[in-house]
Every structure is written in structure tokens, then in C-alpha cells.
Design a protein around this ligand. Structure first.
Ligand code: TXA
Ligand code: MG
Length: 321
């Protein structure tokens, strides 16, 4: 199948209505979407991604009110977060009704829902008569795409259409939260920092990102988000050897001894939002340059630094096992 890359929401919608899988832009990362109510379409997402059926999918809606038929209730504290952050990079786990196909939740009682902010996707969702099921549009275990060309690299000839919405604004996935004993719990660190959640909730939510009990989410697999080139954290006492064929991903340009061709600066000013936006693109670009080894700087664990480090922990972990 020839993959078309375009900006036509009507063409994208026609494929979705025909039960096909289409890559869509969101403000976090590109998603691999299908009609979330059509089981044979949903299956195609798992096939294209090479993802196990045991790993549930997020349903994307145009508005909070569109979600209501699919959930049994909307607890006040999660409603507060929805009001504060939707449309935007927040995913809520809510108790599902029978309208949600079991394939979406992998048999779990809760369904993951989100109202994305990307304007092109908003238009598509408003025209669509069904919610869109969509995981990130990467092959299972690989780096999430933040540009249409990243999707094309991995999924060309596997899907009919990539809706090109430019570079993703946030660059890392949505923050996933749910309730346990009436307290908000964060299941995946993401584009909305813990500090921002805490400001709305007036308490700091517990983080259950690192699966203590069971791996609820694919981001919880120990290694994930990984390039093909071995990648490790840059140690503080690291000394650059000019004859090495290594690539470096740095927050700021604090290593003048490393030639420009061997480094990617995530944010000249050290801004963490900008760093998050550039992170996966940096990993793709550095992975394509035939370096023997990549090094990445661990960030300070405040704001999005915590979310970025979470992804880096998993990317580097792959090469430690
Ligand atoms: O930013 C995002 O959330 C992007 C864009 C495309 O919306 N999507 C995304 O989907 O990152 P995915 O499938 O790559 O990651 C969603 C995570 C998965 O790890 C999945 O296991 C978890 O959410 N998840 C989905 N439904 C769940 C559920 N019912 N209970 C627990 N975890 C769930
Ligand atoms: Mg993913």
C-alpha cells in the first residue's frame, strides 16, 4: 500500500470511515488512529505497530461532553483537571460503559480518554461520528514521532494516509492520571508537569510511573522510546575524545569542546518546554547519523525535567540489560 502524506482532513476521515488506520498529528506526538468503535479497525492499529493486544489504547474526543456516554461517572477532582487542561495533553482513566469495545481497554474497567488540542485534529474530530483510538505512531518500543517524516520512516506502506500537522508542539506524550482512594495518581509522566497538576489539585499527586504492581502502560516497560544506536547517560566526569565517533544530546551548549556536527542542543536557553519539544526529534536525527554511541545529558528533576528523564531512563535502559 502506497502511503499518502497530506493535510486533507476529508481524505483522512474517508479512510477512517472505511475502517483504515491513519496517522494523525496531536500536540504531544503523532498518533496512529482508527475508529475507536470498530473492532476490526482497532485490530489494524495493533498490527501496524506490532503492539501486543494486552496494551490498551487512548480514545480521543473533540470535547469533554462527547466523552460522557463512554464513562460511568466523572469524579470532581478529575473534572477539575479536565477543566484546567483540556483541550490539551492530559489523559484521564475513567470507569467505562459498555459502549467502549474491550479491545480498547484490554479488558480493564477503566478507559483512557483525552481531548487533544491540535487544531487540525480538533477539526477532524468534530467532523467524525466516532472517537479515535490512537497510540503513538511509532513501531512498538521505538521513539514516538513528533514530525510526519518520523511516522513515514517507520510506517510507510503499512498505512494509507499520514495527516501532516507539522511539528508537535509539546513533543512528549500526555500525562496519564486516574483516581485511587479518591486521590489523583499519575501513571505516566508527560507534557503536564507534576507541579502544574499540584497547582490545580492543591496537593502533589502520587507518581506510580514505575510499575510497582503490574505494568499498566507500555511506557512502563522498562526499556522503550529507544533509538537503535546505543545510548547512555553522559557522566559528569566524561572527557571528550576528539577521535571518537559519538553523538551527544545536551540541554544547553555547555560543552564547547564537542564539534557542532556531533551534538544536538535541546534548548540554547535551557528551557524545559523547548527541550521536551525537541527531544524525540533529536533522538531520531542523532540515530540517523551512524554514530557508534550516543550520550545524553540527564536533566534536573523539576517541571518537565522529570518527564524527560523518565523517557531517557527507558531509552538508556535498553542498552544496559
Ligand atoms: O500523548 C499521547 O498520549 C499520545 C497521543 C497520540 O495522544 N498517545 C500515546 O498513546 O502516547 P500510547 O498508546 O503510545 O500510550 C498510552 C499509554 C499506553 O502505555 C497504555 O498502556 C496506557 O496509556 N493506557 C491506555 N489505556 C489504558 C487503560 N485503560 N488503563 C491503563 N493504562 C492505559
Ligand atoms: Mg507510545
Amino acid at each position: 500500500m502506497e502511503t499518502i502524506v497530506g493535510k486533507d482532513i476529508n481524505e483522512a476521515l474517508a479512510f477512517l470511515e472505511a475502517g483504515e488506520v491513519v496517522a494523525i498529528p496531536t500536540e504531544t506526538v503523532y498518533g496512529l488512529a482508527a475508529n475507536g468503535l470498530n473492532e476490526s479497525a482497532i485490530i489494524k492499529i495493533f498490527e501496524a505497530k506490532g503492539r501486543p493486544l494486552s496494551n490498551p489504547l487512548i480514545l480521543h474526543f473533540s470535547s469533554q461532553s462527547a466523552i460522557l456516554p463512554y464513562v460511568t461517572d466523572f469524579p470532581p477532582s478529575l473534572n477539575k483537571l479536565a477543566l484546567a487542561f483540556w483541550p490539551g495533553p492530559l489523559t484521564l482513566l475513567l470507569n467505562k460503559t459498555d459502549l467502549v469495545p474491550p479491545l480498547i481497554t484490554a479488558g480493564l474497567d477503566r478507559v483512557a480518554v483525552r481531548v487533544p488540542a491540535h487544531p487540525l485534529l480538533q477539526k477532524l474530530l468534530k467532523k467524525s461520528s466516532f472517537p479515535l483510538a490512537a497510540p503513538s505512531a511509532n513501531l512498538y518500543g521505538m521513539i514516538s514521532p513528533t514530525q510526519s517524516k518520523h511516522v513515514y520512516q517507520q510506517l510507510k506502506n503499512k498505512i494509507p494516509y499520514i495527516l501532516d500537522g507539522g511539528e508537535c508542539e509539546n513533543g512528549i506524550e500526555s500525562t496519564i492520571v486516574g483516581l485511587e482512594n479518591e486521590q489523583v495518581v499519575v501513571y505516566r509522566l508527560g507534557s503536564i508537569s507534576i507541579e502544574k497538576l499540584a497547582a490545580i489539585l492543591r496537593y502533589t499527586p502520587t507518581i506510580k510511573n514505575h510499575s510497582e504492581n503490574q505494568p499498566l502502560t507500555s511506557g512502563m516497560v522498562k526499556h522503550h522510546y529507544a533509538p537503535k544506536t546505543p545510548i547512555a547517560y553522559l557522566k559528569n566526569d566524561f572527557v571528550f575524545q576528539s577521535d571518537s565517533n559519538s553523538g551527544f544530546i545536551l540541554l544547553k551548549d555547555n560543552r564547547p569542546e564537542i564539534p557542532t556536527s556531533q551534538k544536538f542542543i535541546l534548548s540554547e536557553s535551557g528551557n524545559l518546554e523547548e527541550a521536551a519539544k525537541n527531544l524525540y526529534g533529536a533522538m531520531y536525527q542523532m540515530d540517523d547519523q551512524n554514530f557508534d554511541q550516543l550520550y545524553v545529558e540527564k536533566l534536573e528533576e523539576i517541571g518537565l525535567g522529570l518527564s524527560i528523564n523518565d523517557r531517557l531512563n527507558r531509552a538508556t535502559k535498553k542498552f544496559e540489560d
